[in-house]
Design a protein around this ligand. Structure first.
Ligand code: NAD
Length: 502
């Protein structure tokens, strides 16, 4: 196993180029500094400066959108088989540079190596999965009607904007960009301002693998200027957005004048419901994993534990004991399970919920403290004794912060589970099959796992209901978003046409 010192030395060699040149936009295959100057990005590990980053304006977004528009006809017309080969080349290059990607991601976001090394490889899988679907993406259906034959086909919608957040940014970006490219769309990508490193690596990897100029364009900067301009640009036909629910709502308004198609993956306050008849050892492992992995900065995290009263105290005891043993530390240390939070503003937000939970009368059973004085480390936190109406039971904290609420019976569990604005995922632990079927039917969530943690399957739909999202990704759902379906009807004979004015 590579030790921390070796990893730090490797990281340093990868960061040298960013220190020297900063991160600039990559538009139409060229390095282009943003016209709004630059901003600095810092590591959440020790708050040290990583590099400067281009701050883009609406003018830069316009240049990128025009490049994407110019590149669109040739890219859309490329046979799917050729696109497939190119996307596999990109996947190969991601695998070849997976360590570099993971090191940069850990340093930029504070995520632990144990998860980011896998996330980089998952990103390559995203490219391979959608690459394989590229040759058939335009295929449609033949639908028989009386006297008519209907044929459907799909065409890429045009240049699209992809706007991504700072949690696991590399993997998440590929989850959007790979299907967009596979379906024949060109892309302008605006990554999160807090985590710009690996978006630059992805753009370079694609360029170096032979992706034609203008097919993927990178524009760095802030949401309120670069992001907003992208959502308002008339040449951008759709916006795939991952981020906060309130940002999604802003984007919907910003895109209204140009009738943007939008796909939103937004926030969550996902319940994990543990019934007394469950396999409690496995449930315990899953509860801990699904809130403390990825620093709890995970849209699908199970941030609300709903546990049946009869087993609650014993479950809480075991939970608190395990949580206190979670290893918080340097993200590049192979032993680390939880790293620092992305940024001071986010750290302040998470810590504010510790105060809110205490003020509301819930009991802080573990964590809730800052660790060290340089980076943004928070000890894994557990609040018990919460009631469903408390803010810590309703609002997305997006950190290593678990709120536990007890319930008496199935009806109460369902009421609490559904009693929030969000509806992304739900996790259900019970060995009663009929209850599992009944409960999952009634649970308001886009994705539900029964007796399981979140195990992602690329062909299955991904997305949320209520304030957690609009639309679905995964499998053919992704292609439906990036493509327009066309229906052509052929008359099979001489059917009667009304003769007005004859
Ligand atoms: P955010 O909404 O603050 O920012 C996301 C992106 O939107 C950034 O690139 C930002 O610059 C941009 N942006 C901000 N304002 C904009 C505007 N007015 N117009 C256009 N773009 C704008 O989110 P965040 O804090 O970076 O990420 C955390 C959030 O993302 C959490 O709520 C989390 O649940 C959510 N998330 C959801 C999923 C999912 O699949 N449902 C996955 C990951 C993260």
């Amino acid at each position: 196993m590579t030790d921390l010192a070796t990893r730090l030395a490797q990281l340093d060699s990868h960061l040298a180029r960013f220190r020297d040149a900063g991160i600039v936009n990559l538009i139409n295959g060229q390095d282009v500094p943003g016209s709004g100057g630059s901003f600095d990005t810092h590591s959440p590990v020790d708050n040290s400066l990583i590099c400067s980053v281009s701050r883009s304006t609406a003018a830069d977004v316009d240049t990128a959108a025009r490049a994407a528009k110019a590149a669109f006809p040739a890219w859309a017309a490329m046979p799917g088989k050729e696109r497939k080969a190119l996307l596999h080349k990109i996947a190969d290059a991601i695998v070849a540079r997976a360590d570099e990607i993971a090191l940069c991601e850990c340093w930029d976001t504070g995520q632990a190596w144990r998860f980011m090394s896998k996330a980089a490889l998952r990103a390559a899988e995203n490219f391979r999965y959608f690459a394989d679907m590229a040759p058939g993406a335009r295929d449609g259906q033949t639908l028989q009607a009386p006297g008519q034959l209907n044929m459907t086909s799909r065409n890429p919608i045009g240049p699209v904007g992809v706007i991504t957040p700072w949690n696991t940014p590399f993997m998440l970006s590929t989850w959007k960009i790979a299907p967009a490219l596979a379906s024949g769309c060109t892309v302008v990508h605006k990554p999160a301002e807090f985590s710009p490193l690996t978006a630059r690596l992805l753009a370079e990897i694609c360029r170096d693998a032979g992706l034609p100029d203008g097919v993927l364009n990178l524009v760095n900067g802030f949401g309120e200027d670069a992001g907003k301009a992208l959502t308002e640009h008339p040449d951008i036909k759709a916006i795939a957005f991952v981020g906060e629910s309130k940002t999604g709502s802003m984007i919907m308004k910003q895109g209204a004048d140009t009738l943007k198609r939008v796909h939103f993956e937004l926030g969550g306050k996902n319940p994990v419901i543990v019934f007394e008849d469950a396999d409690l050892e496995r449930a315990l492992d899953a509860v801990i994993f699904m809130i403390y992995s990825l620093n709890g900065e995970r849209c699908t995290s199970s941030s609300r534990l709903l546990v049946q009263e009869s087993i609650a105290e014993e479950f809480h005891e075991k939970l608190a004991a395990r949580i206190k043993r979670i290893k918080v530390g340097h993200p590049l240390d192979p032993a680390t399970e939880v790293g620092p939070l992305i940024h001071k503003t986010h750290f302040d937000k998470v810590m504010s919920y510790v105060g809110i939970g205490k003020d509301e009368g819930a009991v802080c059973r573990a964590g809730g403290e800052r660790l060290g004085d340089k980076g943004w480390f928070v000890t894994p936190t557990l609040f018990t004794g919460a009631t469903p109406d408390m803010r810590i039971a309703q609002e997305e904290v997006f950190g290593p912060f678990l709120t536990s609420i007890t319930f008496k019976d199935e009806d109460e569990a369902l009421r609490i589970a559904n009693g929030v604005a969000y509806g992304l995922t739900g996790y259900l632990w019970t060995n009663d099959l009929t209850r599992a079927l009944r409960f999952s039917e009634a649970l308001e969530a886009g994705m539900i796992w029964v007796n399981s943690d979140n195990v992602r399957h690329l062909p299955s739909p991904f997305g949320g209901v209520k304030a957690s999202g609009v639309g679905r990704d995964g499998g053919d759902w992704s292609f439906d978003f990036y493509m327009e379906t066309k229906n052509t009807a052929f008359a099979l004979g001489q059917h009667k046409i009304q003769r007005l004015g004859a």
